[in-house]
Each structure stands twice: as structure tokens, then as C-alpha cells.
Design a protein around this ligand. Structure first.
Ligand SMILES: Cc1ncc(COP(=O)(O)O)c(C=O)c1O
Length: 395
């Protein structure tokens, strides 16, 4: 059968490949521990499950979702209230908020709404792999903006030539950042707004880790920046703050024209989010804020444990301030693929190779903190048993 050319340009989705590798090893009887996939293992809080069950028994909710492509007003209002209370951002739930089937879906539909075939879309390198795939599926041209440790993993807009910037119609960003864990600042977002305004670029700030910050860092929304709503949208998600990755619910907020555009794509593609899930989402936003500090405590503890292990092995590693990922340099002279292979072969531990996130991801691996405590401890004990010789550490 013919498979469209646009799909040929897209590599297999990283985590599907990793999952296959893990399943194959497990089938061969190896006790593999995966520190590769960011998916909270703690359960979804009970009030959310209760709200789903109650709503699922109501026959009214068995039909196509209310306000299909936009999401029900009560959910959009709960999102607006959340953004007002958490990030001091005022949103009109009628025109500036949209329900999504997760922020990943939002990325794809944003690009379809904004980008014409052949147009340039800026994204960071390293970056979340779904951005590139969305751009390519829409016929756009991804353009990588390198993000480096010495710049706190923030792109330098002055490095994008004005030729490229003039051709760009959209940009993806994501802070707190997957994969590096870096966080942005209000000053950086102000520069972003200025750059986007100068070159008429629609910004998609993808913010599903807004609540996962450490060391006194404050949760931040791009939309709190003066002028942000003139140039873009922010995506967010209930997946990470409320342990709801499987529920598939998120939101897009910001510029009303872009919101209308995304809604138009959605209206012609999916029929929105099951009403019962939207009621569960309202319960999350209204009743389950205490899940966030609880999860942050758990991640902080695990984060300290990983840092202590690597520093004990000779690293001099300071963890990033956001997300539940640790972006750890490989031993000197070892590629990210070689290091992941070493961890897999010597410790049966799977981590993501930085190179899978782009050229500038080379030299790093990504470790997740979303693993049960006992499995993380076991993984770290196994890593400690790898010799310095094998790690090519010579002190
Ligand atoms: C940067 C980024 N955006 C989007 C997503 C997907 O989130 P959701 O579950 O809301 O689709 C992820 C998940 O890992 C992510 O890391």
C-alpha cells in the first residue's frame, strides 16, 4: 500500500521504539527497569475518579460532547479560574480557552491551523519529538534553534538570521522544558514576545510542566507576559499535575484568532472530549490542588537520590529546576547512544539518549523520576555497580 511521503520524513516515535526494546528484553526474561518514559506511576486523585464515575452514569453524557470542538463552558471556566489563581492570567472562557485531548493533540492542531505548506516553523533543539512530526505532517519546514547549557537551555533569538525569521510563521517552545528540565524567566518571555511581534510569528508555548518546579521556582505562564496574547497561545494539560496522562485532557489558551483556528481544525477532526472526562477535569482543577505539592515532594526526593548517585560516581551535576526529567551529561568522550547502551547492557536500565531529541541533545541522557521508589533505588544500585573503567571515569 502507498504510505504518504509526509510520513516517510518522520522517524518512528521515540517512545514506541523504547517500549518495543523494553518489551523484547522482558520477554527474554531480563528484569529491565525503564527510566525512559515520563508517565506518573502514582494514581489519579480520588475526587477525579469519583467525578468521572458519577458523570459516566449520567446518560446525558453518553452523547457527543457539549460544545464539541471547544469543550464545555464549565470546563473552560474552570481553566480560566485556574489560570487566574495560579498564574495571574485573565482569560475569557468564551473566546480564549479551548479544551484539548491533551497538549500533544494541541501541538498538532495548532500547526494545522497556522502553517501553510513550505513555511518555516522554529523549534528548539533538543526538543519534544512531537513538534517536528506535527510540522512535517502539515508540510512545514522545521528550523532548529539550538539550546545550550551555557545559555540555561534557552534559545538565543539573535542567532536566528532575519532571513529565516521573516520566513517563519510559527514557533514551538516549552518551559519548564522537556527534555532539559530548564525553566524560563519573565525576561526571556518578554524577549520572545518582542521577537514574535517583530517577525509576525505565532507562538505556541507548550506548558504541561508548569507546576513541576523545584528549589523555590514559581510556576510561570507565558500568557502572564505583556503582549503574549497578541502573538500566541499556551497549551497546558492535566496529565502531569494530576497524574492523568491516560485520561487525555488538556487546554489551549490565548489569542482568540488562534483559538478559533484550532477549534476549526478540531471541529473537522475530532468531536471533543468525553463530557465525563471534562467533569473529572473540573474536579481536578477545583478540588485536587493538594496533589501538586504531594507529587513535588516525591519527585524532589527521587531527584536528590539520582543526583547523589551520579555525583557519587564522579559527576559534578546540578539538577535543573523544572520537570520530572534529569538531563545528565554523558561521561567525557562517550556518545549518548553509547552511554544508554552501556546502562542497558550492564544494568538493564533503559534511559533516553539525548541525541534522539536533536543534534544538540548529543552528550546527554534523560532520566525520568516517574518510577516507583523501589525500582528507582534498584536501578541506581545497579548503575553504582558499573565500574569506573566501564564508565571511562579516570579519577
Ligand atoms: C513537552 C510536552 N508536550 C506535550 C506532552 C504531552 O502531554 P499530554 O499528555 O497533555 O498530551 C508531553 C508529554 O510528555 C511533553 O513532554
Amino acid at each position: 500500500m502507498q504510505i504518504a511521503e509526509r510520513l516517510r520524513k518522520i522517524p518512528p516515535y521515540l517512545f514506541i521504539e523504547l517500549r518495543n526494546k523494553i518489551n523484547q528484553a522482558r520477554a527474554a526474561g531480563i528484569d529491565v527497569i525503564s527510566l525512559a518514559i515520563g508517565d506518573p506511576v502514582e494514581p489519579t486523585p480520588e475526587p477525579i475518579i469519583d467525578a468521572l464515575c458519577t458523570a459516566a452514569y449520567n446518560q446525558e453524557n453518553h452523547r457527543y460532547p457539549t460544545d464539541e470542538e471547544k469543550g464545555m463552558l464549565a470546563f473552560r471556566q474552570a481553566v480560566a479560574d485556574w489560570y487566574r489563581d495560579r498564574y495571574a492570567v485573565q482569560l475569557d472562557p468564551e473566546t480564549e480557552v479551548l479544551g484539548l485531548i491533551g497538549s500533544k493533540e494541541g501541538c498538532h492542531h495548532f500547526i494545522l491551523a497556522v502553517v501553510n505548506p513550505g513555511e518555516v516553523v522554529l523549534m528548539t533543539d533538543p526538543g519534544y519529538p512531537a513538534y517536528r512530526a506535527s510540522i512535517l505532517m502539515a508540510g512545514g519546514e522545521p528550523y532548529n534553534m539550538a539550546i545550550r547549557a551555557e545559555d540555561n537551555f534557552l534559545p538565543k533569538f539573535e542567532d536566528v538570521s532575519s532571513d529565516v525569521a521573516k520566513k517563519a510563521t510559527a514557533m514551538f517552545l516549552n518551559y519548564p522544558n522537556n527534555p532539559t528540565g530548564a525553566v524560563a524567566t519573565p525576561e526571556f518571555f518578554a524577549k520572545l514576545v518582542e521577537f514574535a511581534r517583530t517577525y509576525d510569528i505565532a507562538v505556541c508555548h507548550d506548558n504541561p510542566y508548569s507546576e513541576i518546579v523545584f528549589d523555590g521556582e514559581k510556576p510561570l505562564s507565558f500568557l502572564a507576559t505583556p503582549g503574549a496574547k497578541d502573538v500566541g497561545v499556551e497549551l497546558n494539560s492535566l496529565s502531569k499535575p494530576f497524574n492523568m496522562t491516560g485520561w487525555r485532557i488538556g487546554m489551549a489558551m490565548g489569542n482568540p484568532d488562534l483559538i478559533r483556528g484550532i477549534a476549526k481544525v478540531k471541529g473537522n477532526t475530532d468531536s471533543g472530549i468525553f463530557n465525563a472526562i471534562q467533569y473529572a477535569g473540573i474536579a481536578a482543577l477545583k478540588k485536587c490542588q493538594d496533589n501538586i505539592p504531594k507529587m513535588l515532594d516525591i519527585y524532589s526526593r527521587r531527584r536528590a537520590q539520582v543526583v547523589e548517585t551520579f555525583n557519587g560516581l564522579g559527576w559534578n551535576y546540578t539538577p535543573p529546576k523544572g520537570t520530572f526529567y534529569l538531563w545528565i551529561p554523558t561521561p567525557k568522550g562517550m556518545s549518548s547512544l553509547d552511554f544508554t547502551t552501556l546502562l542497558f547492557e550492564k544494568a538493564s536500565v533503559v534511559v533516553a539518549a539525548g541525541a534522539a531529541y536533536g543534534e544538540y541533545g548529543e552528550g546527554y541522557i534523560r532520566i525520568v523520576l516517574t518510577v516507583p521508589d523501589d525500582r528507582l533505588t534498584e536501578a541506581l544500585e545497579r548503575i553504582k555497580r558499573i565500574t569506573n573503567y566501564e564508565l571511562r571515569i579516570t579519577n
